[in-house]
Write a protein that binds this ligand. Structure first.
Ligand code: SAM
Length: 250
């Protein structure tokens, strides 16, 4: 049984890939394999959505978790879920805000930046603010712009999100602000879209090194070799355009 199978409300409180295999596999990579970075720790969950990772961190023994999420309906869902599953008040705070407006002054041990690093155009500034939280451990789970060698997709598949030749690239993307999984409306929004950038794998490594972190990646190919049926819900990870990065302070 996967972690979220015990808490099935999370399969209903989001429209953003609430697929059991996907959420459970991500839980294994992000939380279960890194238990020591949660037990007794202060955690920041950036883009906390319906509370899925704030909740998982608390269940892994976190002393306190702050979730930051601009969409009020998702915060409301999280509060209802936490109450239903008996999470104690006082062990978490959920702030309705964009991360850049709220993160200053936060001090934590562990930062989760999951499903967000490709819905922003402030990568460098956000990583600077993350480093200033004092975090020794940061997880960035994100889509990446893969190089040709990093993807198993055909380069001629017609998908404009695929391949760039500059290994340190940031790829400009327009996010639809009405879509619950994307950036929310901000000052540069025009015609229902705002501008964000999706980093390459090399750009993530380069930025993390700049701020004093060593980077490793979860071994998704090995995971899919062990759990082939889960790949259907995780084609982005399988095909090399999404991954899970672990940043440890050097
Ligand atoms: C793809 S979902 C990721 C949800 C969850 N963290 C996960 O990985 O399963 C992206 C989330 O980012 C939130 N978001 C968008 N702009 C944001 C911002 N500026 N600051 C914080 N969260 C933001 C969205 O509302 C949405 O809940």
């Amino acid at each position: 049984m996967g972690f979220f199978d015990q808490f099935p409300r999370f399969y209903q409180t989001s429209q953003t890939s609430p697929l059991p295999d996907r959420l459970n596999a991500r839980h294994r990579a992000i939380v279960a394999d890194n238990a020591s970075h949660f037990a007794g720790k202060r955690v920041l969950d950036i883009a906390s959505h319906d509370g899925r990772w704030t909740f998982a961190a608390l269940k892994a023994g976190a002393a306190h978790v702050i979730g930051i999420e601009p969409r009020q309906e998702l915060i409301d869902n999280a509060r209802i879920t936490f109450r239903e599953y008996g999470i104690q008040d006082g062990t978490y705070d959920l702030w309705t805000s964009g991360v850049m407006e709220a993160i200053d002054g936060v001090r934590v041990d562990t930062v989760l930046c999951l499903g967000f690093y490709y819905h922003t155009r402030y990568h460098v500034d956000l990583l600077d603010k993350i480093e200033r939280t004092g975090a020794n451990f940061v997880v960035i789970d994100t889509e990446v712009t893969p190089s040709r060698e990093e993807t198993s997709l055909s380069k001629d598949n017609g998908d404009p999100r695929q391949v760039f030749d500059n290994p340190y690239s940031m790829q400009l993307i327009r996010d639809e602000v009405g879509d619950q999984q994307m950036a929310y409306s901000d000052s540069v929004t025009r015609n229902g879209h705002t501008l964000v950038m999706r980093p390459s794998r090399a750009a993530i490594h380069g930025m993390a090194r700049h701020f004093g972190y060593r980077v490793t990646e979860f071994d998704w190919p090995a995971y899919f070799a062990e759990n082939p049926s889960h790949a259907d819900a995780m084609t982005d990870y399988r095909d090399g355009w999404r991954s899970t990065f672990f940043l440890e302070r050097i």
